[in-house]
Each structure stands twice: as structure tokens, then as C-alpha cells.
Design a protein around this ligand. Structure first.
Ligand SMILES: [Zn+2]
Length: 149
């Protein structure tokens, strides 16, 4: 199979993109399968970062560890995509969320009508996991207990 083919198709219907773990991202996906959001963190400058890399994007140290996040985040930026990606219902909320631990990640916001009035910036979110094929994918949903900061 060509190295660039990263999709999994179980039948002829459009399937959602199913990510594949790499050695650098395996702990992230293992965490997701266990219902935990994990990110890499630099031991030298004590800063978590995303996406997972083998060296710190801030100081270049390769003294990296994995931490389990609280799962709490806030909405940093988003677009409402009216164009369906394969396997997704349109519209879809494609968002950048800021984790409580600091890193920002691109994800989907689910469990809310995709209308701007439902998606104020700084909206409190919590992680949830969407099963795609055999992978659990971290996505975010409004955290009613926290509301807007
Ligand atoms: Zn560092």
C-alpha cells in the first residue's frame, strides 16, 4: 500500500477519514482509545505542546514526556464548513481549541447546532471521543457546566 494512503474504507459508502498512528503519535491514540487526551510536554522548559514531536518546538530539547490533559478547552477560532467532507454531515464545525494546559489543536466541535450564535469565542468545551473505524478521535463539545468564560 502506498505510504500516502492514510484512509480506511470498509465499503463503497463515503467513509470518514480514519487517522493512523505513527510511532511519534502512538501514545496520543492509545490515550484516546482509553478516553484520555494526551499531549507531549517538554521536561526542559516545562511546556506542553501539540502536535506530538520528538523535540520541543520552543527550546529544541528532546527530553519529552507525555501528559494527560484535563480535557477542558476553550474555543479559540472556528469555521463552519458548509461543504461535506467524505462521511461527514454538512455543515461541520472545524475549530481551533485552546487546551487548559496551553496548546492549541485543530479539531471538530460536535453536539451543537453549527450556528455562530452557538459558538462564541472562549466557549467552554470538553473533550469527547468519536469512533472512526478502529480509532477514537478527540473532538470537543460545549461544556454546559462552565459556559462562556
Ligand atoms: Zn522545551
Amino acid at each position: 500500500m502506498p505510504a500516502h494512503d492514510t484512509t480506511t474504507r470498509e465499503d463503497d459508502a463515503p467513509q470518514r477519514f480514519v487517522p493512523r498512528a505513527t510511532p511519534e503519535t502512538q501514545p496520543y491514540w492509545d490515550g484516546a482509545a482509553a478516553g484520555e487526551l494526551r499531549v507531549t510536554s517538554c521536561r526542559a522548559c516545562d511546556r506542553p505542546f501539540f502536535y506530538p514531536r520528538s523535540s520541543c518546538p520552543r527550546c529544541g530539547s528532546s527530553d519529552i514526556t507525555w501528559i494527560t490533559c484535563s480535557g477542558r478547552a476553550t474555543l479559540y477560532s472556528y469555521v463552519i464548513s458548509a461543504r461535506p467532507a467524505p462521511g461527514f454531515d454538512a455543515p461541520t464545525v472545524i475549530a481551533v481549541v485552546e487546551l487548559e494546559e496551553g496548546p492549541r489543536m485543530m479539531t471538530n466541535v460536535v453536539g451543537v447546532e453549527p450556528e455562530p450564535e452557538n459558538l462564541p469565542l472562549d466557549l467552554a468545551l470538553r473533550v469527547t471521543f468519536e469512533q472512526r473505524g478502529d480509532m477514537a478521535v478527540p473532538v470537543f463539545t460545549p461544556d454546559a457546566e462552565r459556559g462562556v468564560r
